[in-house]
Design a protein around this ligand. Structure first.
Ligand SMILES: [Zn+2]
Length: 256
């Protein structure tokens, strides 16, 4: 076991029931070459990965490439769901938000609905009815629009404030890989956070392939087999965490 993984194995060793771990990679549509390198890595280790796809950035070539990979590795290997339609900030002040207070229910609903149309046209029923807002931020109007459009879940940061009146399922991420492991940094802070996040029932790890370098992939190359083999860890897809859905078996390892 690599030294940096010590907090992670310690956290898992202390569990009595398996922790369900998922990886959410944001911004599919940007930097395809890096996306494919990440997907190759996850396929090699037989670990599921969920892609938050930017509908406006989804080219036919990328959609076809993802469909081919889903065909090879199965739906439990790669999940696709909806990210912000154009991934642009609409706020004039404060923190960046595509689905923030500057846009009302009608504007947000139209944006989500048109983005959903793009994903369904490309992936059909393979598109999971999960929504990840850019920067993990949205409003109560976003949640209401998602419910009205039949979405099953919203994925934000685990520290995000509850939304007023919200009833949709949430699948939060607890680890921001790129923030915890900036270029050139040692992986200790990242490992400590993952270890902390493994103390609860679900552990969501957020990736951003577009800004991840070879050092990030090398760490994942060490982490994934550890998670996959540990008896107190189950690597799952986000859709497996939706209530009423069965917990599917891990995908088998296969060459990309
Ligand atoms: Zn994003």
């Amino acid at each position: 076991m690599p030294d940096w993984c010590h907090p992670i194995t310690t956290a898992l060793d202390q569990r009595r029931t398996p922790c369900k771990v998922f990886f959410r990679d944001d911004d599919a549509g940007w930097e395809d070459r890096r996306l494919f390198a990440l997907l190759d890595l996850f396929a090699r280790h037989g670990v599921a990965i969920d892609l938050a796809v930017i509908p406006a950035a989804l080219t036919p070539a990328l959609a076809n490439a993802l469909l081919q990979r889903i065909g090879r590795h199965g739906r439990n290997g790669i999940g696709v769901h909806q990210h912000g339609h154009t991934h642009v900030n609409h706020e004039t002040q404060g923190r960046k938000c595509e689905f923030g207070a500057s846009r009302d229910y009608a504007a947000q609903r139209e944006s989500i609905e048109s983005g959903h149309g793009v994903l369904v046209a490309s992936f059909g029923s393979l598109a999971d009815r999960i929504f990840t807002p850019p920067w993990n931020r949205c409003t109560a109007d976003t949640e209401r629009a998602l419910r009205d459009l039949g979405f099953a879940a919203l994925s934000r940061d685990v520290t995000a404030r509850p939304l007023e009146g919200a009833t949709i399922s949430e699948i939060p991420v607890a680890v921001d890989w790129c923030k915890l492991h900036p270029a050139g940094a040692a992986p200790q802070a990242l490992a400590a956070r993952i270890g902390d996040a493994l103390a609860v029932e679900h552990c969501g790890i957020m990736l951003h392939h577009a800004v991840m370098d070879d050092a990030d992939l090398a760490l994942l190359d060490q982490l994934l087999p550890l998670l996959r083999r540990h008896p107190m860890c189950r690597c799952v897809a986000m859709k497996d965490l939706l209530s009423g859905e069965r917990l599917t078996a891990e995908p088998s390892a296969a060459a990309p």
